[in-house]
Every structure is written in C-alpha cells, then in structure tokens.
Write a protein that binds this ligand. Structure first.
Ligand code: HAX
Length: 444
C-alpha cells in the first residue's frame, strides 16, 4: 500500500527542518547578495531574497519543478489511460514531496480531490450576486475569499495549535480549496457566458478530465487542461502571484485569504492577464486585416505601431527569463501536433520571427523572446473557449497548485512574517552621497 501523501509529506518535513534551522542558526550572517540603490528602485529585480524548494527559474534554461525540467515532468509523471498529458494531481504530489508518484499514489490524490470538490451552497449565491459585468478574475477572487469561513487552519489556530503543527490544517485547507477551483471556475464560466447552464462534475474523472467535462469540451481539451494547469503551476517565488500568496500567508492568513490575494496579483496585465491581452491584441490585428493572414511586413508594421504608441507587446519579455520560455515551446509543440492549420497559431508563429528582432532594435526590453502567455490563449481559442476575459482564471487554477505547495512548506519550515525595511528618498540620497544627513540626525 503506497504511503499516503500527507504521511509522506510529514516525513519529508521532519527531515528538512534541521537544514533550515542549521542555516539560520549557524550561517545566518553569510552574505548572499548586495542590495543596491537600483535594486531598491527597480522592483527588487534579481535580488536574491526569497527561498523556496518547490521550483527554480534559471534565466536561460527556464523553470524546473523540484529539479525536473518541464519536458522531464511531462515524461515522468503518470498519465490517465489514453491521455497524452499527465495527471495534474501527480504534479501536486511532486511539488509537495519532491518525488515522482506511482500510479497508486496519484490515484490516492485523485480520490482526495474528488471527495473534496463539492462547493458549499452559499458560494453559488455569492457568485450569482456579483454583477455579470464583473471580470471573471474578480468573481474568482471573491468566491475564494468567501470560503475563508471554511478554514480548518483558522479553527485550529483559534483553538490554540502548536506552531510545529501549522502545516497540517494548512494542508487540509489547500486540498479542500484546490479540489474546488475547477468547480468554481466552470460555474463562473456558465454564469457569464452560458446563461447559467452548468454541467455537473463527473467524480470519476481526474482534475483535467473533469474540468474539460464541466466546460463541455471534447478531447483533447482534457489534455489541454492538464497541460495548462501543469505549466502554469509554479515559477519560483518572486513573481507577483507567488510572492503575494507567500506574503499574505506569512501573516498566518489562511489559504483562502492568501489565494484570493494572489489571484488579484495575477489579474494584472503585466502578469497573468497578459494571456487575455495577447488575444485582444491578436483579434485587433485580425480585424484590421479583414481576417486574412497578415504578411510578415504587415505584422512588422503592427508591432511597430503598438510600440510607437508607447504600449507593450503582450506575451513577450520576462523579468527573469532571457530566452524563449520553455512553457511557450511546450505549447508550441502541442499546437504543431494538434492544430497546425489554425490561422491564429500561424500568426503566433510569424510573430515569433518578427517580434524579437524588433524588440532588440527598439532597445528597451532585456528579453525579446516570448513567454508562456504568447501561446496559451490561442490554444483555448482553437478549442472554442473564445471569451478571453476568462483565460487568466485558467492560469489561476494552475498557479494555485504551486502556491498551495509553497504555503504548506512555508508553514512547515516556520518561515516568519515577511517584513522588509523601507527607506525614504532622502535616506537613499544620503547613502548615495548626493545629500548630507541633516545635522540633528548625525548621531543616528
Ligand atoms: N514590449 C515592449 N516593451 C517591453 C516589453 C514588451 N513586451 N518587455 C519589456 N519592455 C520594456 C519595459 O516596459 C521597460 O521599459 P522602460 O525602460 O521604458 O520602463 C524596458 O523594456 C525594460 O524592461 P525589462 O527589464 O526587460 O522587463 P521587466 O522585468 O521590467 O518586465 C515584463 C517584465 C514581463 C513585465 C515585461 O517584459 C512586459 O511588460 N511584457 C509584456 C507583458 C507580458 O507578457 N507579461 C507576462 C509575463 C509573463 C508572466 O508573468 N506571465 O504571467
């Protein structure tokens, strides 16, 4: 009988804790990075100031989950029978424990998710009560936050639990929430775009399969969903959504509060909303072209027009990556196999040739290559999910998996309240030597 996930996680936590404790107690004053004025003013870009073992983003190689590249993850994780893409539940197992699960271990997680998927009645009322012109991300975040009252962690905390055990009810909350996210998302989809006509979930399916079922989409949309949730799950911990989740959770806010906050961070156009923006930008282009394939010259002109209007090219550039995002490449390969003749996919391919040289000539972006968002919406569009406002909700379901794994480990390793120190501009000028300290402060 395979060790259940929670039992295995507990063993991993017990084995890991001395490493963190030792680093803190014996090597706490070792210098890791330098904090320059530029780093402070430029959004702490590149500053090594966070720790996570769930994933690591190398600027040239791309993301590794628990040491595995994305192609390795897709190759090694177990897959449902007949599926091209692995179980999302298997990825959660990997992110939490660092181990590739067996079929049996994944089956356990699939069962857990299935048992916990039913939404409380009041959640439908809350979603229904929100105006239908609300952005789906607003509804998604509100729905998640509303479930704060379900938090097992909060109940345990109020009853007086030991710090060493915080991770346990956090794990329960995480599973309860993750299992419900596809149900919440598809209910929002039905409310906004299907006159409330909802397809009930199928408890015999895995997360990706069930999501496709509730969206009313035939194969290979189940594989599209598995791939989408897996590639969006984690991108180390400095990006806005992961960092927000970690920061809010560091105050001992529960999973519902932390995940609702991370969803709001993801909803910004420089982050997760970029996938919606890519589609909006492509649709404007296609309208201009009278729905004919643009030539490379027409594309060049369109890209320059966007830049000359002082706007960004959505789906291109990255704060850490310095090459084509492997998440882009993976989706590209899937599209080549399943939808090579799709007109929008063909435009995306032409853009891959056209945009990087233009961004290089433009001379501002440090990374001229495409990121995950340049491809993801086009696949959804191809399979009939054309309401592009909804795309970031799909991203949010995936991202929640990585953030939950991070928060559980944050609690397990007793990471404290996050509280960096801020300075004033006067102080920075004094440190830079531009300005003298006022005499009264000489002694400080
Ligand atoms: N188009 C035009 N200009 C761009 C650009 C793009 N795609 N990418 C970067 N730049 C500009 C920046 O706006 C910045 O301009 P200023 O000097 O005038 O301020 C300059 O190039 C330097 O920026 P950078 O250091 O290369 O990039 P940042 O780390 O500041 O920002 C972003 C990274 C992803 C926000 C940026 O590349 C961008 O805005 N890209 C388009 C939006 C996008 O695709 N976002 C999704 C990123 C992936 C992700 O998080 N998904 O969720």
């Amino acid at each position: 009988m395979a060790k259940r996930l929670k039992e295995k996680l507990y063993e991993k936590i017990e084995a890991w804790r001395p490493r963190t404790r030792r680093l803190l107690e014996e090597y706490g004053d070792v210098v890791v990075d330098q904090v320059t004025v530029e780093k402070i003013i430029s959004g702490m870009r590149g500053l090594k100031a966070l720790v996570t073992d769930i994933s690591y983003l190398d600027p040239n190689e791309g993301i590794r989950y628990r040491g595995h590249t994305l192609p390795e993850v897709f190759k090694r994780l177990p897959k449902p029978k007949g599926a091209e893409m692995p179980y999302v539940e298997g990825l959660f197992y990997l992110l939490l424990t660092g181990d590739i699960p067996t079929e049996e271990e994944v089956g356990d997680v699939v069962d857990e998710f299935s048992k916990r998927r039913i939404l409380p009645r009041y959640l439908y009322d809350v979603i229904d009560a929100l105006p239908c012109c609300s952005h789906p991300m607003t509804i998604f975040s509100s729905a998640i936050l509303t479930m704060h009252r379900e938090s097992f962690f909060m109940k345990k905390y109020q009853a007086g639990i030991s710090k060493l055990d915080y991770w346990d009810p956090t794990y329960e909350d995480a599973l309860n929430l993750l299992a419900k996210l596809p149900e919440i998302a598809t209910y929002i989809y039905a409310k906004l775009y299907r006159d409330g006509k909802r397809i009930q979930s199928n408890p015999h399916l895995d997360m990706g399969g069930n999501f496709a079922f509730m969206m009313g989409k035939p194969k290979p949309y189940d594989d599209v969903s598995r791939m989408h949730f897996i590639i969006h799950s984690d991108h180390e911990s400095g990006n806005v959504s992961a960092h927000t989740g970690h920061l809010v959770a560091s105050s001992l806010a529960d999973i519902y509060q932390s995940l609702s906050a991370m969803i709001n961070g993801l909803a910004g156009p420089l982050h997760g909303l970029a996938n919606q923006e890519v589609l909006r930008w492509l649709q404007e282009l296609m309208e201009k072209m009278g729905n004919e394939q643009p030539t490379e010259d027409e594309l060049k002109q369109y890209v320059w027009e966007t830049l000359n209007q002082g706007q960004i090219i959505p789906g291109y550039g990255h704060a850490v990556l310095r090459k084509t995002d492997p998440r882009y490449t993976l989706q590209h390969e899937f599209s080549l196999k399943h939808m090579p003749d799709d007109p929008l996919f063909q435009v995306v391919n032409k853009l891959y040739k056209v945009v990087p040289p233009i961004l290089m000539e433009h001379g501002r972006a440090k990374n001229p290559w495409p990121n995950v968002d340049a491809q993801s919406g086009v696949i959804q569009w191809h399979y009939g999910v054309r309401e592009f406002d909804f795309y970031t909700v799909l991203f949010g379901i995936g991202r929640a998996i990585g953030i939950c794994a991070n928060i559980i480990w944050d609690r397990a390793l007793l990471y404290p309240l996050e509280r960096p120190k801020s300075l004033t501009t006067d102080m920075l000028e004094e440190i830079a030597g531009i300005k003298k300290k006022p005499s009264g402060k000489e002694k400080e």
